[in-house]
Write a protein of this length. Structure first.
Length: 134
């Protein structure tokens, strides 16, 4: 926790995932992660966890989850657009284009470890369906 502002998610954390978007299975070359308080919300109110995956020399996928800070801890949360919100995005490093693909819904976000203390480990799993268009 406390790594959200770090420039390189491949240094701050790691991850594994299985995803199919638009009938295309994403195959990760490397996956990183970071987490911290959401900077675009009132201080200390929401936490963001990001899983960043490089799928080719120029393509990156981001799976991000915003969670109400009071609910951020070990356990499961429904992706309900209130307590926990998930979304998927794509970044093309050639065109520098960042595209919001859709919300992640109909699923859960489960933390095995989670605390909003700098340096605390954050680990867990998620499942859901990407609802397009964004």
């Amino acid at each position: 926790f406390g790594t959200l502002a770090a420039p390189d998610p491949f240094v701050t954390g790691s991850g594994v995932y299985n995803a199919t978007i638009n009938n295309n299975t994403l195959v990760s070359l490397r996956t990183g992660a970071k987490s911290g308080f959401e900077p675009n919300q009132p201080p200390g109110t929401r936490v963001q966890v990001q899983l960043v995956s490089q799928t080719s020399a120029t393509d990156y996928w981001v799976f991000a989850f915003n969670v109400q800070a009071d609910w951020f801890g070990p356990g499961s949360l429904g992706l309900d657009f209130n307590v926990a919100i998930g979304y998927a995005a794509h970044f093309d490093s050639v065109t520098q284009e960042f595209t919001m693909v859709g919300y992640i819904s109909q699923g859960t976000l489960t933390f095995a470890q989670a605390a909003s203390i700098d340096g605390a480990p954050v680990s867990g799993t998620f499942s859901g369906v990407v609802i397009e268009p964004f």
